[in-house]
Write a new protein. Structure first.
Length: 288
């Protein structure tokens, strides 16, 4: 069964990278591996990206993979390298048992990161480069995006975390999105986007961006227009805008916003179902 109904089903294809082992989910790898394999064979499999794993846990991942039931296909893994370029070579070596679906490299020096990726990364493996948000303020944003647009790599932007100040405001996120859109630079996001619509978390009080807001804002090149889309809190308004997208707009959006990491696959799918944007096929209880 197709995950998404309508001509715009590609809007959500491969959008949800499986970050189950990262905070706040923190699922043990011994549980995350079979859960990911179940996602990859479920009716919503087309929406699920690779299992994300930090560089320091690849040995543990190999053990968990060996002990889990498998169909013989190598596990698709996205390598997350918070320690920068120094982790790249050993992580690629440790990832030999897996199909490396991508690399996400955190750095304070975009030029150095690009040079190391050019030197060490196999040409068929995509990568994304993340700089700390404080380095992307003022001229730093343009300088970083200009470095990346001349490379083979995506940008990566952190949209949340475990503290209120880890969540960028609408204007800050809009600056990143439109800066990328103006350059034709693809990007992925991470953290804080479990739900479809912008909202205030009732427990923490944190202001979360919605992934539908970000998808719709991804087609904007004007910062004020993008910020207005990011600020929208009415799910029906966003769902109506999604239903109005044509194939060209979907292509533009997904060529820009390629994926985001979520520690829950069920939550975003549940939100889409509640907004009438999914085929009526309920998630199995074990996937919740």
């Amino acid at each position: 069964m197709s995950v998404i109904t309508g001509a715009w089903h590609g809007l959500f294809a491969g959008l949800f990278d499986d970050a189950a082992v990262f905070p706040p989910g923190n699922l043990p790898l011994a549980e995350a591996v079979p859960a990911h394999r179940a996602h990859r064979t479920a009716w919503y499999a087309d929406a699920v990206g690779p299992l994300l794993c930090g560089a320091g846990r690849l040995g543990e991942l190999a053990a968990a993979t060996a002990s889990s039931a498998a169909d013989g296909a190598p596990l698709r893994v996205g390598l997350v390298l918070p320690g920068g370029s120094a982790e790249l070579a050993p992580a690629l070596a440790a990832a030999a048992p897996f199909e490396v679906a991508g690399v996400e490299l955190a750095t304070r020096d975009a030029r150095e990161a690009v040079a190391e990726l050019d030197r060490l990364l196999p040409p068929d493996v995509p990568a994304a480069v993340e700089l700390p948000r404080e380095l992307l303020r003022g001229d730093g944003l343009d300088e970083t995006l200009d470095v990346l647009v001349d490379s083979a790599y995506r940008a990566k932007f952190r949209t949340g975390g475990l503290a209120a100040d880890a969540f960028p405001g609408e204007e800050e996120l809009a600056g990143f999105l439109t800066g990328c859109a103006q350059r034709g630079l693809p990007y992925k996001c991470t953290a804080g986007l479990h739900h479809a619509v912008r909202h205030t978390d009732p427990v923490t009080g944190f202001e979360h961006h919605g992934f539908l807001n970000v998808l719709l804002a991804a087609q904007e090149t004007d910062r004020s227009a993008a910020a207005a889309v990011l600020a929208e809190r009415d799910g029906e308004v966003l769902a109506k805008a999604v239903r109005a997208l044509d194939d060209r707009q979907v292509t533009v959006i997904r060529n820009s916003f390629t994926a985001f990491g979520t520690c829950s696959i069920a939550e975003p799918l549940d939100d889409l179902a509640a907004l009438g944007l999914l085929s009526p096929s309920p998630l199995p209880q074990e996937d919740r």
